[in-house]
Ligand binder design. Structure first.
Ligand code: GCB
Length: 607
């Protein structure tokens, strides 16, 4: 929340020890408490902006995470602007050779200064970045200043802004600011910069092997000797000691055998805890925790996904991480509420157009909710992918997503995007091939997928057969589609069969199906609650007849803001809201929530 004009600074706060989620290294401190924020409508430039940030004139108090335009539904708000954030803090006590500042998500461009020195910059939301906390003062007040530029044009990932013809681009509100929390990390000589845990099992009765790959960075300019020890669920993991060259990296590899593994599944989401300790000079310099699950994912020859050897017909709802009050700057209470809504619905799968907050994934691990994890490569034309800079930005996101989330048992698909050009040309084809290669190299154990709009007018796309999973967005009976081809819902069933014929080896999912609902009225009238309930019921009935379908996700769990003038196909829209939610923007369930819940439970054999 953002409040009054800044008072004269009291004594600076110390960041709170710990993190909002479990996985990760020791030494994290949350930069919570009071922050300052200032709009920069004139966009005065980085140097002048920084100069001005030295005094507290014109700043307002705020907290982080923060969406500066959370309650503002105007065109200007959507287009985005420049904001400055400032945090005054004192260093936590204790030994450290270095400090790192970690941002979980800033939309869209961030430039960061510490005590007047520029320490880094980053572009792209929804994924974390770290900058070295050079020049941090051990005593006295530190000033962290962040310039956030949320203006996104058509070549950003995802694209946003406004076309020459006045139309707005983008599929959800362009929230500006530091949208997820910020940490200060205390590091001493050696830092585990990436930890990857993955299980393997060669038969149903075989023991499982849990592998750990940990990349350690030596922060010193001279070679250091380091050891890594660890356990998984109490079983020892053996690593070999190593000497890491000055400012160099070392990959520690280890594994543990678990004779009778307790497998992870949606009905029994059993987690094992991996604990690691980095030792140097006779003392422990860092600990690392990673909760993980043992489960094996495969796709058979007819496109059926098997989890621990069993086929599942998954059901769930997609979601956006936003609400009317906080915008996209959700805290633990709001994130937990979303996951609880999914549980209440009886969902065992979810999806978002971007990588979810780390806490959301930890809750998905804990509750047995499988995740279709996607990069925000959203509705982009082929020409955009022909630009190497756009491809680079998109591929960086793929890499960062996989690196961040590949130890979560809940994640089953790495999705390379949503509803980009329906007929991939050279640009998109090249992106898909490069992204697939990167993803498989970083994680050969999950499916590489893509979501696309379901249009019978579009034929088989050869490049899709190089993927493992395909998600079709089904609006049969809601939108007209090209040449009115999806206006009649009766054409859904033959269309799905055709998709399965065209892509018989790919695991097929329905990544979206939904209809707007914001009022009472007859089931025959688009936009009514009864229309929505009937629509979802009909589509779920069709899916139940398709044994080759691996899962289906309602679009969407909760209403959200899209863009100025948005109607979503609703004859009586309430712009800028997408009202295909099972609950409205304030969290109240619509009638379809109960009817979908009944069907989900029936299919899962639950009471
Ligand atoms: C889609 C998009 C999603 C939209 C939805 C809609 O196909 O993937 O981002 O919100 O349709 O409601 O039109």
């Amino acid at each position: 929340m953002t409040g009054a004009l800044a008072p004269a600074p009291a004594s600076a706060e110390k960041p709170s020890p710990g993190a909002l989620y479990t996985n990760g290294p020791s030494g994290r401190f949350l930069l919570d408490g009071g922050w300052y924020r200032r709009a920069d409508a004139a966009n005065v430039g980085q140097a002048r902006g920084w100069q001005r940030s030295r005094s507290l004139r014109g700043w307002r108090t705020t907290t982080v995470p923060n969406a500066a335009n959370a309650g503002d539904e105007s065109r200007r708000s959507y287009i985005g602007g420049v904001w400055w954030y400032r945090k005054d803090f004192e260093a936590p006590a204790g030994a450290a050779t270095d400090w790192v500042v970690r941002f979980e998500s800033v939309n869209y461009r961030a430039t960061v200064w510490l005590n007047g020195r520029r320490i880094g910059s980053h572009a792209g939301g929804y994924l974390p970045f770290e900058v070295p906390g050079r020049g941090l003062r051990r005593t006295g007040t530190n000033h962290l200043v962040v310039r956030v530029d949320s203006r996104r044009d058509e070549s950003a990932v995802p694209p946003s802004g406004r076309r020459k013809d006045g139309r707005f681009v983008g599929g959800w509100w362009n929230y500006a600011g530091i949208l997820r929390e910020v940490y200060l990390r205390r590091v001493d000589t050696i830092d585990l910069v990436n930890v990857h845990v993955f299980p393997r099992r060669s038969c149903d009765t075989c023991p499982a092997k849990v592998y750990v790959r940990a990349v350690a960075a030596n922060l010193q300019g001279i070679p250091v000797d380091a050891g890594l020890t660890g356990t998984v669920g109490g079983h020892k993991i053996e690593f070999r000691r190593a000497t890491i060259s000055g400012r160099g990296f070392h990959l520690f590899r280890g594994s543990a055998t678990i004779e009778n593994p307790h497998l992870w599944s949606p009905t029994d989401p059993h987690l094992y805890t991996v604990k690691l300790e980095v030792e140097h000079g006779g003392g422990v310099v860092q600990q690392y925790t990673q909760r993980t699950g043992i489960r094996i994912l495969q796709v058979d020859d007819s496109g059926r996904m098997l989890l621990n050897g069993k086929h599942l017909a998954l059901r769930g709802a997609s979601m956006h991480e936003e609400d009317p009050t906080h915008g996209a700057a959700l805290g633990p209470a709001e994130i937990t509420a979303n996951l609880n809504l999914l549980r209440d619905l009886g969902a065992n799968m979810t999806r978002s157009h971007y990588p979810l907050h780390p806490l959301a994934l930890e809750l998905a691990d804990k509750y047995g909710i499988l995740v279709w994890s996607e990069v925000p490569v959203y509705q982009m034309r082929d020409a955009l992918f022909r630009r190497s800079t756009v491809r680079r930005d998109a591929l960086d996101m793929v890499r960062d997503m996989v690196n961040r989330d590949r130890s979560h048992p809940s994640v089953i698909v790495w999705s390379l995007g949503n509803e980009n050009t329906s007929k991939p040309g050279v640009g998109f084809t090249r992106y898909l091939r490069e992204a697939t290669r990167i993803t498989r190299r970083l994680d050969p154990t999950r499916l590489v997928g893509l979501a696309f709009p379901g249009y019978p007018t579009v034929g088989k796309q050869e490049v899709y057969t190089t993927l493992d999973a395909l998600g079709v967005n089904d609006y049969f009976g809601w939108y007209p589609g090209p040449q009115n081809s999806i206006a009649d819902r009766a054409t859904l069933s033959p269309y799905l069969d055709r998709l399965h014929d065209d892509y018989s080896k790919q695991a097929l999912f329905v990544t979206e199906f939904g209809a707007e609902a914001n009022r009472a009225g007859p089931a025959t009238e688009k936009g009514t609650w009864d229309f929505q309930a009937d629509f979802l019921n009909y589509h779920l009935g069709v899916f139940a007849q398709k044994p080759y379908l691996n899962g289906a996700l309602v679009w969407i769990l909760r209403d959200f803001r899209v863009k100025p003038g948005y109607d979503g196909g609703n004859p009586q829209p309430q712009a800028p809201y997408n009202q295909k939610g099972l609950v409205d923007a304030t969290g109240s369930p619509k009638p379809a929530f109960e009817s979908v819940k009944r069907l989900f439970r029936k299919e899962a054999g639950l009471p």
